[in-house]
Design a protein around this ligand. Structure first.
Ligand SMILES: NC(=O)c1ccc[n+]([C@@H]2O[C@H](COP(=O)([O-])OP(=O)(O)OC[C@H]3O[C@@H](n4cnc5c(N)ncnc54)[C@H](OP(=O)(O)O)[C@@H]3O)[C@@H](O)[C@H]2O)c1
Length: 283
């Protein structure tokens, strides 16, 4: 990666996304911090610029819980930039209680998976035109407890927020594997990683400031955001990763993901369902 590289990072105002933005900005690359809140985004932008000394860091706004917001961002991005070298799909949410996206989908599935599914597909043409390029998806070890509930993907009948989060994080891996297959021969790769347990604002309600009991209790034992970002930076910058496609990483090493995550029929079925849900023309 050099100062001509262009990187988009979702959820860049907090936790792992912000730490990744700071470290990648230090390489001199152009960093687009993609955030849903202008206020939180502007505050983080100042920090990232100050800490990295890189003024080619920019803020753009996109709510991954709104398909229109994603499409609007992609149009705006393509008007402004002719290349995209690295896309880091990092944003994520854990929120107790049943919530829906602007389009009526269950929040965890909608934001963590579907939003990134649409964002990536809408940016695929510019990624391919910029090859070699990399897509990096942030998943979680929690995917091992996850299952895709095809008969009720919005979990209307049997909802718990952990079930919903685990489903969305398994979806991140299935999406990575299916995408990597479709990208073969394009010079664009897709990999994913589990950052480990990291003390961030994940699980903290942005309106009330309250967090889940488990996250508050365990936080003192977690890694810092900077440590949590190390694998993202490795996947974005290392020459070792050139040509590596369709792998799951933990602590900068390719490791196996759950048995369920390798099911090719499930990955294809999820892709088809996601495509239908975003009602777009993507192939
Ligand atoms: N922390 C851990 O222990 C851990 C473990 C495994 C995996 N992960 C994964 O790591 C990733 C980063 O999480 P984090 O721990 O750094 O949490 P975080 O500090 O809460 O950051 C999450 C980011 O996602 C953004 N976001 C949430 N909903 C969004 C939406 N609708 N549209 C756009 N952006 C949205 C947040 O924006 P706002 O600030 O505006 O809400 C924030 O910037 C997530 O994918 C998470 O699943 C984390």
């Amino acid at each position: 990666m050099d100062k001509n590289s262009i990187v988009v990072i979702t959820g860049a105002n907090s936790g792992i996304g912000k730490a990744t933005s700071i470290e990648l900005a230090r390489t001199g690359a152009v960093i687009i911090m993609l955030c849903r809140s202008k206020k939180r985004g502007e505050e983080a932008l100042q920090d990232v610029r100050n800490l990295s000394g890189n003024n080619s860091v920019e803020l753009m706004i996109c709510d991954l819980g709104s398909l229109k917001s994603i499409r609007d961002f992609c149009l705006e991005f393509k008007k402004k930039y002719q290349r995209l070298n690295v896309l880091i799909n990092n944003a994520g949410v854990i929120l107790p209680g049943y919530h829906q996206t602007a389009d009526g989908y269950e929040l965890h599935f909608g934001v963590n998976h579907l939003g990134h599914f649409l964002l990536t597909n809408e940016l695929l043409d510019i990624l391919i035109a910029s090859a070699p390029a990399r897509v990096i998806n942030v998943t979680s070890g929690i995917h091992k407890t996850g299952k895709i509930y095809f008969e009720d993907v919005n979990l209307k009948k049997n909802y718990t927020f952990w079930r919903a989060y685990a489903q969305s994080k398994l979806a991140n891996i299935l999406f990575t594997y299916e995408l990597s297959k479709r990208l073969k021969g394009t010079g664009v790769t897709a990999n994913c990683f589990h950052p480990g347990a990291v003390a961030t604002r994940l699980g903290i309600n942005r309106d009330t400031g309250f967090g889940t009991f488990i996250t508050r209790l365990l936080k003192p034992f977690f890694q810092t955001s900077k440590q949590g970002a190390e694998t993202a930076i490795y996947l974005a910058t290392s020459n070792d990763i050139e040509g590596v496609n369709g792998k799951y990483f933990y602590r900068k090493r390719s490791v196996p993901s759950s048995k369920r995550s390798y099911d090719k029929a499930t990955a294809k079925k999820l892709w088809d369902l996601s495509k239908k849900m975003v009602e777009s023309e993507i192939e």
